[in-house]
Design a protein around this ligand. Structure first.
Ligand code: FE
Ligand code: CA
Length: 540
């Protein structure tokens, strides 16, 4: 505390009086009213790289954020210090908006510019830039870069989806989740960046708010974020990683979130400290805003504070319909919580969990998903959600124990989800998830773990990019007592490559031992195939 205070004071002294005065004036005025001004950068404003996302047949979303570094105080910097630093590095008054130009090219050599435009950004949105580029051709790659003043960003590559309903033979996906910065390096992203892919799907835990000193390889800067500025600095730290930047620059991403983007195990308006809903929602609003500012995810036209829609539906020609679900924002609290500490825990005999009113997705999202899923016509259906759907319960002398934060804590909602999935033709549905820090291949049956019950969908859960998994001895018991689980390994980190073709889907678990060392190489842990029209995964 003492030391942090000292650094804080020192850094304030280093910033010029003029910069601080201007920042103080700007404080009162967001969004800015004065005309945009031309910056003169002292340091690279594109230090966080570039990204793209949300590929549609005619459109794609481009992202960057002007970030000329931060004062040395990191997450303990006050907003005034951050703005003063920005002003010193940009030559702009933080009161003024700044114009960022983008160029889109049809060739890698950047000879043929097919689109250009500009986006105004300002301090109120953390100098983030989202450009939704439309009027593009379907099913092809594009290259893009940003310019601001004299500064030019790195080049990113993206691509559009095939035309709606167009005959499509293949789609290649990297499924990713859980990238705790402290617990390892992003070797998985380095490999994904080199893969020939259509899209990266991120299933949640993009940043972690919390630390575990036991598994720390490289430290977070600052403490546990709770304000907008602190969440912004946490996102910036992650985005400074060169492997993560390379992966964003190489492929369009489509993302959903889980709990750690805000706080471990939060559920709707409930958090683990039993904070009152109003103050927790302030924190959730700060975390959500920082998330949208840093991700290639369209923030929408309006700012809805703590209420932000992220669930969405995509199509890849006539081959794939896929959905990104939000398992955090609308859910009920975990059942049978400890009165001293909320969130998930292992319980036995918890009647509350069988209450049919309990929801994981919230009734509006659940209805939207059910309607959209039933209307889908594609050859395959992929359902991306944050966690594992198959059960990991264990027998005890007094009944089965379950972990309440996952779908096991919401079994009636899970039955409703499975009922919806059962509406699709047999052998055409795969659910994709993350969160549990292990690779899982499972059968989702109408009645979980009943070998006579029909298989409704195949489940693939990807291991974490870096975050530590559970002990192998517990996992061995989970496998033994949950026959629906065909494969589960928690000792390796990585990602899952999903190759979708007309006749089959092949999932390859790419992995490296924990913790991930800098420059680690990945190898294939296991490979599973689902044949179209035939329920059940087969190991290769
Ligand atoms: Fe995680
Ligand atoms: Ca999680």
């Amino acid at each position: 505390m003492q030391r942090r205070h000292f650094i804080h004071t020192l850094s304030t002294a280093v910033l010029s009086l003029q910069a601080l005065t201007l920042a103080r004036q700007a404080f009162a005025q967001v969004p800015p009213t004065t005309p945009p001004a031309a910056p003169h950068w002292r340091s690279n404003p594109f230090a966080l790289g570039v990204a793209s996302g949300e590929p549609r047949p005619d459109a794609v979303l481009l992202w960057t954020r002007l970030y000329p570094g931060a004062p040395a105080v990191g997450e303990s910097a006050s907003r005034l210090q951050l703005w003063a630093h920005f002003q010193e590095q940009s030559g702009l008054n933080a009161q003024q908006a700044c114009v960022v130009h983008y160029d889109v090219f049809s060739d890698e050599a950047l000879r043929h510019r097919v689109k250009q435009g500009q986006v105004r950004t300002h301090a109120g949105r953390g100098w983030s830039v989202h450009a939704r580029v439309t009027g593009l051709e379907p099913n092809r790659p594009y290259w893009y870069r940003f310019r601001c003043g004299e500064a030019v960003s790195p080049v990113g590559r993206t691509r559009t989806a095939p035309a709606l309903g167009a005959a499509t033979a293949q789609m290649r996906i990297a499924l990713t989740s859980c990238q705790h910065y402290e617990q390892g390096y992003y070797a998985a992203h380095a490999e994904i960046a080199q893969q020939s892919l259509d899209v990266v799907l991120f299933a949640g835990d993009y940043i972690y708010e919390s630390s575990n000193p036991k598994y720390r390889i490289r430290p977070h800067t600052g403490g546990i974020p709770s304000t907008l500025d602190q969440y912004r600095e946490r996102h910036a730290l992650y985005k400074l990683d060169p492997d993560l930047q390379a992966c964003h620059a190489a492929h369009p991403w489509v993302c959903t979130w889980d709990d750690h983007e805000v706080e471990n195990d939060y559920a709707g308006v409930h958090n683990i400290r039993y904070q009152d809903a109003e103050s927790f929602l302030q924190r959730r609003a700060a975390a959500y805003q920082a998330y949208f500012e840093h991700m290639p995810v369209w923030p929408g036209a309006n700012d809805h504070g703590p209420h932000q829609r992220i669930h969405s539906h995509y199509q890849w020609g006539d081959l794939v319909d896929w959905w990104m679900l939000d398992c955090r924002q609308y859910r009920n609290a975990q059942p049978c919580r400890d009165p001293l500490k909320g969130g998930g825990r292992v319980v036995v005999a918890c009647d509350e969990r069988d209450d049919p009113r309990r929801t994981m997705l919230g009734s509006a999202q659940e209805q939207w998903f059910s309607d959209s899923f039933k209307a889908a016509k594609a050859h395959w259906r992929l359902v991306v959600q944050s966690t594992q759907i198959s059960s990991t319960s264990l027998p005890t002398p007094v009944g089965r124990s379950i972990f309440t934060d996952g779908w096991d804590g919401y079994p009636v909602a899970r039955q409703r989800l499975i009922h919806t999935l059962a509406q699709a033709p047999k052998g055409t549905v795969v659910t994709l998830g993350g969160d549990v820090h292990m690779n899982v291949a499972a059968d989702l049956r109408q009645v979980p773990n009943d070998p006579h019950s029909p298989i409704v969908a195949a489940e693939l859960v990807t291991t974490s990019i870096t975050s530590r998994g559970m002990g192998e001895s517990t996992l061995a018991r989970i496998r033994e007592h949950n026959p629906d689980i065909r494969h589960a390994r928690s000792d390796e980190r990585g990602y899952t490559l999903i190759d979708v073709q007309r006749e089959h889907i092949t999932a390859t678990f790419r992995a490296t031992p924990h913790p991930v060392q800098a420059g680690a190489t990945l190898s294939t842990q296991a490979q599973y195939t689902l044949r179209h029209g035939e329920p059940g995964l087969a190991r290769q």
